[in-house]
Design a protein around this ligand. Sequence first.
Ligand code: ATP
Length: 313
Amino acid sequence: MKMEEFLVQLDGVSKFYGATAALVDVRLRIGRGITGLLGPNGAGKTTLIKVLLGLVRISAGRGMVLGCSIGRSARSIRQQVGYMPEDDCYIAALSAVETVQLGARLSGLPGREALRRAHEILDFCGLKEERYRQAATYSLGMRQKLKFALAIVHDPRLVILDEPTSGLDPIEREEMLSRIQVLARKFGKAVLLSTHILPDVQAICDEVVILARGRVRMAESLESLNRPAEPAYWIQTVGPAAPLADWARTQGLPVQLDNERRLQLATDDPLLLQRLWQGAEQTGSAIRSVQPAKNSLEAIFLEALEESTHAYP
Ligand code: ATP
């Protein structure tokens, strides 16, 4: 993809809240299609979104959204970006029609046209006759639909959705995911979907960005991540895995050191695994766990979760 085709470009962006590093040296490119932004709680997803919307000032680095600089053109960015926040945002006394019409008017449409647009968007979002009731009476699913409608009423080029399926039942979740797909595939919008729900990303995303402790851990296409992993075992050791890996190599076993305490045995033959157990005994290495290798998206996400669990006990 050429540079000018990227809708979002961040270079070396960091954001500190006092001593807390919410984003560290983030370099990111987001193009068309649906990009999943995955990360455990506290990873920096919301901060990243606020940076893109110009709602917080960055501590270092620079970035462009839709050709506008994030530090200088926040208003212009917000006119072209739709944002569905995680938290509720509705005016309790207004109906969905009134709320979305208000959104349309704020974006510059005159009264009748704004009303027409509100109905069109609410049809798309699946709010039926309840659209005439006060929003205060809505279920969580209805409130999510209303938030979604508000995010797209002004026909933005880029739509940022923060946990759009959170709290939805399975049918509502399916409907929300297919609506997001229509938005991207039929209407050509770029979508950034922030979530900690891996299956949502696997279901509809083209690209995946994993954040952990403010850093981009991985940014890749889902297609390349979903290629089935070669059959292998992951062997987690209590101490350093190197002595066991060295021993295994001398025995001709297909091993590879993944990190200080994990090695991979590239086979699904249990007899070779058994030999590795013997090697552990001979080298005095304690094996903590053995599991079949997973595809890399799940693996990296699990590692990110593990890392943050240790960081935020
Ligand atoms: P969640 O999924 O829980 O919403 P997140 O990935 O969106 O998490 P952020 O909300 O961006 O993560 O937070 C990243 C880090 O920055 C966390 O350590 C958080 O406590 C800290 N942080 C966020 N906002 C502020 C703030 N206004 N003042 C101080 N620290 C903050």
